[in-house]
Write a protein that binds this ligand. Structure first.
Ligand code: C2E
Ligand code: CA
Ligand code: CA
Length: 767
């Protein structure tokens, strides 16, 4: 039992309970009325009997105080219940003051009966009246300790004083006997209060717990319903009723499962056709002793997931989850993992899985062959670089559409990433069928694309592998198709190639080349050769082009045409290019002051490095004047027209370095495009020189290109002059002022170029 008597109740009790104790004080009007009428009557009798005026005064005082208290009680009843602690305490104090005053007058009356009279009847009446009132205190006011103590003291003190003033041993003894009686009144009330408050607190706690439980239940995301061991309904939350479309309101406690299921079906959210099935599964799940789950579909297409969780004392909790969103999210993720977002085509993973399944089928039935067509878009990178990624994306999506259109039913198109697509073809009619499909693909992709107002022409190369000849598993077949594609690309793009046996040998050779190159730089196997470029009017060398050579211990001299593309793909060109630039600048310092050096730069270097810093570094290391350095770039560099490229070219120009456009005429730059860049020189490609001495049409073409170049206001150089006749023809075209070719000198090593330049100077001195 908890003792709450030491501190005032408003401090130890929750407000609502404290308030009900105040309520209790004002509630028992009847017993109060009985006392208020009984006591004054008794007091009047004692006056009538003794004739003592003070006793009459007591009777009058009791009537007055009793009436005042009755009014106070009425007031309390009439006005709204106290809403704050302060209000409640005010009412409590009023009650205490009123009752204390009343009891004090009672005690006084008793005192006077002993002090003023000797009439035993008068004394007995007053004493019994006060005792009776005191006993009533314990029963009426036990909930308020302060009240009990104040009332007891107010009554007991004058009463004992009245007995003591008799100055009689027996009266004194009686007075002493009353002390434990008073104490017991307090103990009894304390005990009663303890019992009451414990009970009240327990109910309060239980109510609180129930409220919390209710809140928790109704705020959980799942529907919940509990059954007892006899499969009768115990409780459910609001979600449960909404999820199953049950009417809110009816108390289902004690309902058997079957009745509840009936109600669910009647509510119309569950498909009536499935009624028997649902009932069976539900009761079966309730019966098992481990966790059980099953799914239901509602009439409006939502997915409900029911989990049955058995409880320790028998009975079961059923959780109902609306899994619609979760399921559709799962389906979306699953789709994203298997399909390419841009084109909606299956991705590599999904393709591989489907292909594997099909191959197993082929092995089992031994019937149809399968064609694997590896499709790669030609020049797609250029589109991305020049027109931007969103345009590139649109192009890929359109290309995917076209691929879908050209395949037959049962074929599978997938995107492997970038501009790589793979088609899996069901081949019933032999290799021709694959070749036909490849033709259709090349034609479809080769048709002009209209994107964002741009007319874009790209092409496609296709590599074909056939199962089972070219491989029996997916990986092998894809590899074969990839090798065939590689060949198609090498053979000039826009074509298809079947896989052939020798191809893997070539691929291996290329891998070996890659490995070798990684080490070649460290082993100092690279060197530079130099080829002079002459001023055609004076016949003197103005600049020498540095050309990379790789002398491999086993391979011998490897051509740059062979290894530069590999170095570019590997990214090795960055380190290699840095070395070339430094080396060429250093070499140039050994030449006569009026001879410069030309260095080829790869587009990759522009993309991957800061070319300005690269050039600055080479010039610093070699102390070469910037005006003696010439950089040869190709149209690809200009095509990747990014702010970085432009800035780099401008910075080079500001440094005093010259820039030449290499291989002019082989690409397809528009002239207006070229004009936008700060270039100094144009080198007409070797292919324009071939045949100019014999074929007038070739000469016309050559003239056209030369004049076009000169029209752009740049120095025009012609590459690949091999014979005197060619030179004679070139001479007739006055716009061309510089020439390069085997006729003047092949590319030679540094010792030889120094000797060449020395001879040239010596001849000039003689002349
Ligand atoms: P390119 O820049 O057009 O260099 C000129 C190529 O034409 C050189 O081939 C040169 O030997 C060759 N050539 C010069 N005169 C004649 C001639 O009269 N007749 C014929 N048939 N050919 C002639 P090379 O040295 O094999 O270089 C091939 C290509 O490799 C170069 O073409 C250039 O694109 C690239 N390359 C060479 N060195 C480097 C380098 O250091 N860096 C980069 N990025 N590329 C380089
Ligand atoms: Ca060049
Ligand atoms: Ca060239």
């Amino acid at each position: 039992m908890r003792s709450r008597s030491l501190r005032p109740p408003h401090e130890t009790l929750p407000f609502d309970i404290y308030l009900s104790t105040v309520d209790a004080l004002y509630s028992d009007a009847r017993s109060l009325l009985a006392g208020s009428i009984g006591a004054p009557i008794a007091a009047l009798i004692t006056y009538w009997k003794s004739g003592d005026g003070t006793l009459l005064a007591c009777a009058v005082a009791l009537i007055l105080i009793g009436t005042a208290r009755a009014f106070d009680m009425r007031n309390y009843a009439r006005q709204p219940r106290p809403g704050t602690l302060a209000q409640a305490r005010r009412w409590e104090t009023r009650y205490i003051v009123g009752s204390a005053a009343y009891v004090a007058v009672l005690g006084l009356w008793c005192f006077l009966a002993f002090a003023h009279t000797t009439d035993p009847v008068v004394q007995l009446i007053s004493l019994s009246a006060v005792l009776a009132y005191l006993i009533g205190i314990a029963g009426r006011n036990f909930s308020n300790d302060r009240l009990v103590v104040i009332q007891t003291v107010c009554a007991a003190v004058p009463m004992i004083a009245g007995l003591l003033v008799q100055n009689d041993i027996y009266y004194t003894f009686l007075a002493l006997l009353f002390v434990p009686f008073y104490l017991s009144i307090r103990f009894i009330s304390a005990r009663l209060r303890g019992i009451l408050f414990d009970a009240v607190m327990a109910t309060h706690d239980v109510r609180l717990l129930a409220e919390r439980f209710d809140t928790a239940l109704n705020n959980m995301p799942h529907g919940l319903c509990m059954f007892d061991a006899q499969r009768r309904f115990v409780v459910s939350n609001s979600h449960f009723t909404t999820l199953l479309g049950l009417p809110v309101g009816p108390d289902r406690a004690g309902q058997p499962v079957a009745t509840l299921l009936d109600e669910c079906l009647r509510a119309g959210r569950l498909p009536a056709a499935m009624a028997a099935d649902i009932a069976e599964r539900f009761t079966a799940a309730l019966a098992v002793t481990r966790r059980e789950t099953f799914a239901l579909e509602t009439v409006d297409g939502r997915a409900l997931e029911l989990t049955f969780e058995p409880m320790a004392q028998g009975g079961c909790v059923v959780l109902v989850e609306d899994a619609t969103e979760r399921r559709s999210a799962e389906a979306k993720i699953e789709h994203m993992a298997r399909f390419d977002a841009l084109t909606g085509l299956p991705n590599r993973t999904s393709f591989t899985q489907q292909f594997e399944r099909l191959l197993q089928g082929v092995q089992a039935t031994g019937r149809a062959a399968r064609g694997v067509l590896f499709v790669d878009l030609d020049d797609f990178k250029k589109v991305n670089d020049t027109l931007g990624h969103s345009c590139g994306d649109a192009l890929l999506a359109e290309a995917a559409q076209r691929l879908r259109r050209v395949v037959r039913e049962g074929d599978l198109v997938a995107r492997f990433g970038g501009d790589e697509f793979v088609v899996l073809q069901a081949m019933w009619g032999g290799r021709d069928e694959a070749a036909n499909l490849a033709d259709r693909i090349i034609e479809a992709i080769g048709t002009v694309f209209e994107i964002d107002g741009h007319q874009i022409v790209i092409g496609a190369s296709v590599g074909i592998a056939v199962a089972p000849q070219d491989g029996t598993d997916v990986e092998q077949l894809l590899k074969s198709a990839d090798m065939a594609l590689y060949r198609a690309k090498a053979d000039g793009r826009g074509v298809w190639r079947f896989f052939e046996r020798g191809m893997d040998v070539k691929a291996q050779a290329r891998r070996a080349l890659e490995l070798d190159m990684r080490e070649a730089l460290a082993r100092n196997e690279f060197q530079l050769h130099y080829q002079p470029i002459l001023d055609l009017r004076t016949g003197r060398t103005v600049v020498c082009e540095a050309l990379l050579r790789w002398s491999h211990p086993q391979r011998g001299m490897v051509s740059p045409a062979e290894f530069i593309p590999v170095a570019e793909e590997m990214g090795l060109i960055v380190d290699l290019g840095r070395w070339v630039l430094r080396q060429a600048c250093i070499e140039c310092t050994q030449w006569p002051d009026d001879v410069g050096v030309a260095v080829n730069l790869s587009p990759i270097q522009f993309r991957r490095t800061n070319v300005e810093a690269l050039v600055r570094d080479a010039l610093t290391v070699s102390s070469l004047a910037a005006s003696r350095l010439e950089l040869e770039i190709t149209e690809t560099v200009l095509l990747q027209d990014t702010p970085t490229t432009r800035t780099a070219l401008r910075q080079l120009r500001n440094m005093g370095v010259r820039v030449a456009l290499d291989d002019f005429g082989t690409g397809y730059s528009s002239l207006s495009y070229l004009q936008a860049f700060p270039l100094n020189k144009i080198k007409i490609d070797r292919s324009f020189v071939i045949g100019i001495d014999a074929d007038p049409r070739a000469m016309k073409l050559f003239q056209g290109v030369a004049r076009l170049s000169a029209g752009l206001g740049m120095t025009v150089v012609v590459e690949g002059v091999e014979t005197q006749q060619q030179l004679a023809m070139v001479h007739t075209e006055k716009t061309v002022t510089e020439g390069q070719g085997y006729l003047f000198s092949r590319p030679v090593n540094s010792t030889a170029i120094r000797a060449f330049l020395e001879t040239e100077r010596a001849a000039a001195r003689v002349a």
